[in-house]
Design a protein around this ligand. Structure first.
Ligand code: NAG
Ligand code: NAG
Ligand code: NAG
Ligand code: NAG
Length: 821
C-alpha cells in the first residue's frame, strides 16, 4: 500500500477531514513528507554544502509534516511507491563511448530542460560524466581562486547550479515518470553525487577566499545580497568543521559519522518496531465504526500477510501502526479497549528489547552537545539556530506565549468533549483519556459541521480554481499568467507550461503544472520544486538574467469525458499553498543566483508565502469567485462557506498545545539536558507534558523513542519552525486584514508591498535592483536598514514591525473574547 492516506479524496461518504481533524497523527509522519520536499533533495541547501541552510550535509532531509498539526492536511504522501519488481541493476554500462556521451541530453546545453528525451539509460553515464567535469572545474577553481566575485562566486555558482539543474531533471522524472530502470540508475549514482557535494562543502581554499572577502576593505561596499552569500557560506563551512584545527577536525568528523549512524539506526528501529505490531481481527463487531476505506486497507493488509481471501466486507482485517491504519482506528473504532491497545502500542514503539531507542537518544544528545562545544557553542540548539531566523530565546519565548494563550481554550475543548460524550451516553464521559479524545472529537466535529467533502467537489473544478488563483495573483501582485504550451519540452501530454508576465507584459518567470494523478508512475501528494533559479551568472543568449522556473505538481482526479477534474476543498488549499512557494521562487527580483527565489531562505521562514496563500481560501470574495458549480455555475451556498470557516478553528487550542509540547521538548533536550544528569529524557518529557497537556502524558509514554523528526530528521532544535512559520504567515495576512479585505484597492496596495518585500527579496538583495530602484519609496527603508537582508528585516520592511503571534492566535480563535457587559 503506497498511499499513506488512502483515498481520502475518493471516500464517498466521508465527512470533510478539515485542517484540524487529525489530532492524533503521530511520528510516522516522517515517512510522509510535507509539501515542499523535493526541494530539499535537489535544492542548493542540500545539493551544495556551501549554500546549505542546515549544517548536516549528507542526510537526505525532508520537510515531514508536523505531528498533530493544523497543517496536517498538507502532509501529503510522498513515500516512494514500493518497488514490486526487484529490479536487478542492468549490466553495468562501464564502457561508455564518447559517442554516446555526445548524444546524452543531460550533458547538453539547454534553455529548458529536455524532459521529453531523457531516458533511464542516460542517467548513469550522464551523471558520472557530469561529476567528472565538475570535479575538474572544482579543482581548477581551488587552484585559481581569488577573493573576488568573478574568480570565486561566479565559477562556484556555475558548478553548483549545473549539478542542481541536471540532478533536478532526473530526480523530477523519478517523481513523475518513475520506472524500475530509472530508480536503480539513480540509486547507483547518488552516493557519487553525495561524495562530490561533501568535497565541495569542505573545500578549504574556497572557505579561505570567502574569509578574505569578509575581512577586506571592500566588504562594506558589497550589496546586502552578496554579504549574505559570503556570510552564509562561511557559517555553513564553519558548521561543517572546515575552520577547526586538525586534531579537533578529526574528532568532529568522527562525531559526525557516529551521529549519522545513530540516526540511521534510530529510524530503522522505529520502522521495525512499527512493522512488528500486527493485530488480526476476524470478528466484524470488534472494528465497528471503521469507514469503508479503512476496512478496505485493513483487508488488503491482511491479504498481503497471507490471508489471501480477505475482503473489506468479510475480513479478516489487519490493523497496523502505520498511519493510514492507526489513524482511522483512533478516529472511528467504537471498541474502546481496541483503541487503548493500539494507542499504547503506538506510544511505546521502539522503547524496549533489541529495538530500544532509549540508549541511542542518549548517545545522540551527548554527541550533539560535544559537537556544539567543539564549534564554540553552548549547546546544540545554538548550532541548529545558527542558520535559522529564530534564536533559542526567541523561539522559547514564542512557544510560551502560544502555550499560555492555548491553555484555557484547550481546557474548554476538554469540557466540551466530556459534555458531548456524556450526552451521547458514553460511560467513559467523565474519564476521557488519550485513546478517547480523537474518537470523540471526530464525533463532535461531524455533529457540529456536517460537511461532506464529496458534495463540495462540483464547486471546485480545476480550471475554475486555477483561473481564480491566477486572478488573485493578478490582483495581489500585478502579474499575468498565460499559457505557453509548446515553448518547453514536457514529460507528459497533460503537463501545462505557463509564463508569468509583469505589468508591461514581459516574461519574468515560467512554471510547469502537472495536475493529474498517474498512480503507475507518479508519486502521490502535491509539491513545488525549482527548475532554475533567477541568476545573472547563468544568463544565456545575451539576456541580462536567466529567468526562474518552477514545478507545480498535484495529484487531482483526471477529467472524465466532459467532466473536468473536481477537487476537494483540501486540494484547493494545497494548490494555493504550493503556488505560494512557486510565487516566492518566481517573483524574486534577486539576480544573485545563490540567494534568488526560495534559495538561501532560512528553514523557519520558508513556509511564509505558502501558508500565507492558504489564508485566501477562507477569504469570502476569493473563495466565492472560484467556487462555482461546474455545470450550473451556482455559487457555493453561503451556509456551507460559514461552516468551512467555523470548522477551521475547531479544537485549535488542543491542537496548538500538542505541537507546542513537541517543540518545547525538542528545545529542552537540546538546551537543558545533561547526559547522565539528574533528569532523564523521559523526566523532561513528563515535565513538559505537565505544562502542555490538559490530560497528563502517561507515565509509561515513550513517544520520544519514535520522535524521528528530531532524532533522524532535520528538525533537531527546529521543531518550533512549524509554529514560527505559522506566526509569520498569519501576521503577514493580517496586514491585508488591517488594510481591509473588502476593497480590491487596499488588497492591491498591500499585495504590492508583499511582493516587493517578501516575494522579491528572496535570500538576499541584488545590486542591480538597488540601483534600479533608486528614488523609489523603497530606498529609504532599504538603505536605512542596511546590513544583510535577513528574513526578519524583510518582514519588518513589509509589516512595519516585528512579527507578532496575535494574528495567528486570532485566526485560531485563541484570543480571549473581551468580557461583554
Ligand atoms: C535517503 O532516502 C532514501 C530514499 O527514501 C533512502 O533509501 C536512504 O536510506 C536515505 N538516506 C539517508 C542517509 O537517510
Ligand atoms: C583581517 O584583516 C586584518 C588587517 O588587514 C588582519 O590584521 C587580520 O589578521 C585579518 N583577520 C583575519 C581573520 O584574516
Ligand atoms: C474490543 O477489542 C478488544 C481488544 O481487541 C477485544 O478483546 C474485545 O473482544 C473487543 N470487544 C468487542 C465488543 O468486540
Ligand atoms: C481462498 O479461497 C479459495 C477459493 O474459494 C480457496 O480455494 C482457498 O483455500 C482459500 N484460501 C484460504 C487461505 O482460505
Amino acid at each position: 500500500m503506497a498511499r499513506a492516506f488512502p483515498n481520502r479524496n475518493a471516500e464517498g461518504s466521508s465527512r470533510l477531514l478539515l485542517l484540524i481533524a487529525v489530532n492524533m497523527l503521530i511520528a510516522s509522519c516522517v515517512s510522509v513528507t510535507r509539501s515542499l520536499p523535493t526541494r530539499l533533495s535537489s535544492s542548493p541547501r542540500h545539493l551544495c554544502l556551501l549554500a546549505a541552510a542546515s549544517p548536516k550535509p549528507v542526510q537526505n532531509k525532508s520537510f515531514p509534516c508536523p505531528l498533530w498539526s493544523a497543517s496536517f492536511s498538507f502532509c501529503l504522501d510522498r513515500r516512494p511507491k514500493s518497488t514490486t519488481s526487484s529490479a536487478a541493476p542492468p549490466p553495468s554500462s562501464m564502457a561508455v563511448s564518447a559517442d554516446s556521451l555526445d548524444s546524452n541530453p543531460l550533458l547538453h546545453d539547454f534553455a529548458f530542460p529536455p524532459f521529453d528525451v531523457v531516458e533511464p539509460k542516460h542517467v548513469r553515464p550522464g551523471i558520472r560524466e557530469l561529476l567528472r567535469k565538475l570535479e575538474c572545474e572544482l579543482e581548477k577553481l581551488e587552484s585559481t581562486v581569488e577573493p573576488t566575485w568573478p574568480r570565486l562566486v561566479e565559477p562556484l555558482e556555475k558548478i553548483m547550479d549545473r549539478l542542481q539543474v541536471v540532478w533536478g531533471i532526473v530526480n523530477h522524472l523519478k517523481s513523475v515518470k518513475d520506472s524500475p530502470e530509472l530508480r536503480s540508475a539513480i540509486e547507483e549514482v547518488q552516493p557519487e553525487k553525495v561524495k562530490f557535494q561533501l568535497r565541495l562543502g569542505q573545500s578549504k581554499p574556497i572557505y579561505d577566499a570567502f574569509k578574505t572577502i569578509q575581512n577586506s576593505s571592500s566588504w562594506s561596499t558589497l550589496s546586502d545580497a552578496r554579504k549574505r552569500i559570503v556570510e552564509a557560506q562561511i557559517k555553513e563551512a564553519v558548521l561543517n568543521g572546515v575552520a577547526l584545527e586538525d586534531e579537533q577536525r578529526k574528532k568532529f568528523n568522527e562525531i559526525e559519522q557516529e551521529l549519522e549512524k545513530l540516526s540511521q539506526k534510530f529510524s530503522e528501529n522505529v520502522l521495525d518496531a512499527t512493522k512488528k505490531f500486527e493485530k488480526l481481527i476476524t470478528d466484524k463487531k470488534e472494528i465497528e465504526g471503521l469507514p469503508a476505506t479503512a476496512l478496505g486497507l485493513a483487508a488488503q493488509t491482511a491479504a498481503l500477510k497471507g490471508h489471501e481471501n480477505a475482503s473489506a466486507e468479510n475480513g479478516p482485517w489487519m490493523i497496523t501502526l502505520d498511519a493510514p491504519s492507526y489513524i482511522p482506528v483512533m478516529q472511528h473504532a467504537k471498541n474502546r479497549s481496541l483503541r487503548e491497545e493500539v494507542y499504547r502500542a503506538y506510544v511505546m514503539r521502539a522503547s524496549s528489547g533489541n529495538l530500544d531507542n532509549t540508549p541511542i537518544i542518549g548517545q545522540i544528545l551527548k554527541l550533539r552537545l560535544e559537537k556544539a562545544k567543539i564549534l564554540g557553542y553552548k549547546n546544540y540548539a545554538e548550532v541548529s539556530m545558527a542558520m535559522k531566523m529564530a534564536t533559542v530565546d526567541r523561539a522559547a519565548e514564542l512557544l510560551e506565549k502560544l502555550r499560555s494563550a492555548s491553555w484555557d481554550p484547550a481546557v474548554q475543548d476538554m469540557e466540551d468533549l466530556k459534555t458531548f460524550a456524556g450526552n451521547a451516553g458514553a460511560a467513559e464521559a467523565n474519564q476521557l483519556t488519550h485513546w478517547d479524545i480523537t474518537f470523540w472529537s471526530e464525533r463532535l466535529r461531524e455533529s457540529k459541521y456536517d460537511i461532506n467533502e464529496e458534495e463540495l467537489r462540483p464547486y471546485f473544478s480545476l480550471p475554475k480554481v486555477m483561473d481564480g488563483l491566477f486572478g488573485l495573483a493578478k490582483k495581489l501582485f500585478d502579474i499575468n499568467i498565460e499559457t505557453a504550451d509548446g515553448l518547453a519540452p514536457v514529460w507528459n501530454n497533460d503537463v501545462k507550461f505557463y509564463s508569468v508576465k509583469d505589468s508591461s507584459n514581459n516574461p519574468i518567470a515560467y512554471f510547469y503544472f502537472d495536475p493529474y494523478s498517474r498512480p503507475s508512475e507518479k508519486r502521490g501528494g502535491a509539491w513545488m520544486d525549482e527548475v532554475f533559479a533567477r541568476s545573472y551568472v547563468l544568463a544565456r543568449d545575451g539576456a541580462p538574467v536567466r529567468l526562474p522556473i518552477a514545478h507545480m505538481v498535484c495529484n487531482q482526479t483526471p477529467p472524465v469525458g466532459d467532466k473536468p477534474s473536481l477537487m476537494t476543498f483540501r486540494e484547493v488549499e494545497t494548490v494555493f499553498h504550493e503556488f505560494g512557494h512557486a510565487l516566492q521562487h518566481m517573483l524574486t527580483k534577486q539576480d544573485e543566483g545563490l540567494v534568488a527565489g526560495i534559495r538561501g531562505i532560512e528553514w523557519d521562514a520558508v513556509e511564509l508565502p505558502s501558508q500565507f496563500m492558504e489564508n485566501w481560501c477562507y477569504h469570502r470574495n476569493t473563495l466565492m469567485s472560484i467556487a462555482k458549480h461546474y455545470e450550473t455555475g451556482e455559487p457555493l451556498p453561503e451556509e456551507v462557506y460559514q461552516r468551512l470557516v467555523a470548522a477551521k478553528t475547531f479544537r485549535a487550542g488542543s491542537l496548538s498545545l500538542r505541537q507546542i509540547r513537541f517543540a518545547i521538548v525538542d528545545l529542552e533536550l537540546h538546551t537543558k539536558y545533561i547526559p547522565n544528569g539528574p533528569e532523564s529524557i523521559f523526566d523532561i518529557d513528563q515535565r513538559v507534558g505537565r505544562m502542555t497537556q490538559v490530560i497528563p502524558v502517561l507515565p509509561e509514554d515513550r513517544f520520544l523513542c519514535s520522535f524521528s523528526h528530531i532524532f533522524a530528521g532535520g528538525y533537531a532544535a527546529g521543531y518550533y519552525s512549524y509554529k514560527w512559520a505559522e506566526v509569520l504567515s498569519a501576521d503577514a495576512f493580517s496586514a491585508f486584514e488591517d488594510a481591509g479585505l473588502d476593497s480590491d484597492k487596499t488588497i492591491r496596495e498591500t499585495g504590492h508591498r508583499f511582493r516587493e518585500t517578501i516575494l522579491a527579496l528572496g535570500g538576499g538583495r541584488s545590486p542591480l535592483e538597488t540601483i534600479r530602484e533608486t528614488g523609489h519609496r523603497f530606498r529609504e527603508t532599504i538603505l536605512a536598514l542596511g546590513g544583510g537582508r535577513s528574513p526578519l528585516e524583510v518582514f519588518v520592511e513589509f509589516r512595519g514591525r516585528e512579527p507578532s503571534p496575535e494574528p495567528l492566535l486570532r485566526h485560531n480563535g485563541l484570543l480571549p473574547v473581551p468580557a461583554s457587559a
